[in-house]
Design a protein. Structure first.
Lengths: 389, 163
């Protein structure tokens, strides 16, 4: 029989996180700090709206790019949130989560050999999606001394004549890093100078704890060369509803709608109706979740300081990214031993790219009680490791 | 209201047991700052007391909670206040509110038996001159009290490790 598989697909590694998931699932008393989704239920009014849409029999396809009312609400929301105005009928597409947005944006923009700059550590899907779209991923390793922000020098050094897109994943999973207006400003010049496009993944934009999120699209001349990816999973605690959106230049969105039309048709109808309620009436609920995350973030930073674990202070998303380099082992070894000896699951930084080696990702999408128990165990583990040396 | 005060109050509202040091860490304040702010708010009677939410049924202590609607003839110069204050003095009354709508005062009452509650209504409330009528409702089950769900949640179905 012929080989049924595509060489391109076979060459892509499965996500490194999977292995841990399999081990943790077998351990009933393990505490996991490895989750990348909110611990909160979706706010009740959103769920209720979803139920109501089913009762009303709204069980049909929507137009490919999404419900008009939802697209209008998205534009109104973004005009307030990031101060960028989009036209609802030509510059927005509603997708199946932010992740579909990443995929179809890259497919709409890349020709074979085009290079895409990916700052790492980062979410696991950019690199494989670039490969699937026949692009060439070029990794920019970010550094703790820069608080895992992307600097203009790092960007400049990675650009070649083939560079077409810069992926800008801030607030960042797994580091929790954010980029402020002052941090973005120097990048803008470099981006324009080299005529690059930006894929700005702003899925965690509701979750910042020092200053409000700033989108690179707000800088003069940047809206034309930026795709803003966002969605409802993180800020609105709607991961399972699978709903995201992309806003950007009509020229690109039109092509993305084409891929979406043939591959997906439309995002889930009842999720779309529910999301309208989220954008209209849930800012209080979102604020409450943000306050709770911020308290947990402060608690973790305090505890790390107490156990003298080196960790830069993150101001976004719901992750902290402490360094475990003092223990002289790989992050995978650290995570494996921590799971085996103290039954706490964390994700090794190396799962998010080579530059994540030497770090672990700890999620604080857990109740304070769970975090206390887990951090107590991490503290014991760290003490033991220090005594071994 | 100052942001610190609001944050402290929001926290204490659902967790009066908070450890001051921990509260300071969570809110990003100094411990002394939190302690002073709380002491001031106690003095100013912004913080009026610290209560504990108890499921008495689970504790095995039978209690009966009743809501009593009361219609009252207002008194010259004193309106409803004097009648309301008289009612408040009974220890079994846990709350008294002036209400807009079809009746005037709403009383929540805690008793041990049906007889005890009915005695209170017929012997203490009804004979008061200003009280025109009463309607008593008994609470059968508490689903949510003071913003807290009293029925217990099922375990989370989140997958333990996700990217």
């Amino acid at each position: 029989m012929r080989n049924p598989l595509s060489k391109k697909i076979v060459s892509i590694e499965p996500s490194g996180i999977r292995k841990f998931f399999d081990i943790v699932s077998e351990m009933p008393d393990a505490i996991s700090l490895g989750v990348g989704e909110p611990d909160f239920d979706t706010p009740w009014r959103i769920r209720e709206e979803g139920i109501y849409s089913l009762e009303r029999g709204r069980t049909f396809y929507t137009s490919n790019a999404g419900l008009k009312d939802l697209k209008k609400e998205i534009c109104r929301y973004l005009a307030g949130k990031i101060q960028v105005k989009y036209s609802f009928n030509s510059e927005v597409i509603v997708t199946v989560g932010g992740s579909e947005g990443i995929d179809i944006a890259l497919r709409a923009m890349l020709d074979p050999g085009d290079e895409v700059l990916i700052p790492q550590p980062c979410y696991v899907s950019y690199l494989p999606c670039v490969v699937l779209a026949d692009g060439v991923p070029v990794v920019i390793p970010l550094q703790q001394k820069n608080e895992f922000k992307l600097t203009a020098e790092e960007l400049e050094a990675a650009i070649t004549p083939k560079t077409k897109i810069l992926v800008l994943p801030f607030p960042n999973n797994p580091t929790g890093a954010i980029m402020t207006k002052e941090d973005l400003e120097p990048l803008v010049e470099v981006i324009k100078k080299h005529d690059l496009f930006v894929l700005s993944d702003e899925i965690y934009s509701e979750l910042t704890y020092k200053s409000d999120h700033v989108s690179i699209a707000v800088f003069p001349g940047m809206k034309e060369r930026t795709l803003v990816i966002n969605g409802f999973s993180k800020g609105f605690a709607m991961t399972g509803w699978r709903l995201g959106y992309v806003c950007g230049p009509e020229e690109i969105i039109t092509q993305m709608v084409k891929i979406h039309q043939y591959a997906i048709l439309c995002a889930p109808t009842n999720s779309q109706y529910a999301a309208i309620e989220g954008l209209k009436n849930c800012s209080d609920e979102v604020q409450e979740m943000r306050t709770a995350y911020n308290q947990r973030r402060r608690y973790l930073m305090h505890e790390f300081k107490r156990m003298r674990l080196d960790c830069f202070e993150p101001f976004g998303a719901f992750y902290v990214f402490p360094s475990i380099q003092e223990f002289g082992m790989s992050s995978e070894e650290f995570a494996t031993r921590l799971l085996g000896e103290e039954k706490v699951a964390v994700v090794p930084g190396s799962a998010f790219g080579e530059s994540g080696e030497g770090y672990i990702r700890i999620s604080y999408a857990y109740s304070l009680e769970d975090l206390k128990e887990a951090i107590g165990r991490v503290g014991r583990f760290v003490d033991r490791l220090r005594n071994e040396v | 209201m100052q942001d610190n005060r609001k944050q402290i109050l929001k926290y204490l509202e659902t967790n009066s047991k908070a450890d001051l040091g921990e509260l300071a860490v969570l809110l990003g304040l100094e411990e002394a700052e939190v302690a002073n702010e709380i002491a001031d708010m106690e003095k100013e009677k912004i913080i009026c007391g610290y209560h504990t939410l108890i499921d008495w049924d689970k504790a095995g202590d039978d209690r009966l909670n009743a809501l009593i609607e009361v219609r009252v003839t207002p008194q010259r110069e004193r309106g409803f206040d004097r009648t309301a204050e008289r009612i408040c003095n009974y220890p079994e009354v846990s709350a008294t509110y002036l209400i807009s709508g079809g009746y005037d005062l709403l009383i929540t009452l805690e008793g041990r038996t049906l007889l005890e509650v009915s005695r209170f209504v017929s012997e203490k409330l009804a004979p008061v001159d200003e009280i025109i009528s009463t309607t008593t409702h008994f609470i059968l089950k508490k689903y949510k009290d003071h913003g807290t769900m009293m029925t217990h949640k099922s375990k989370s179905e989140r997958i333990p490790v996700t990217p």
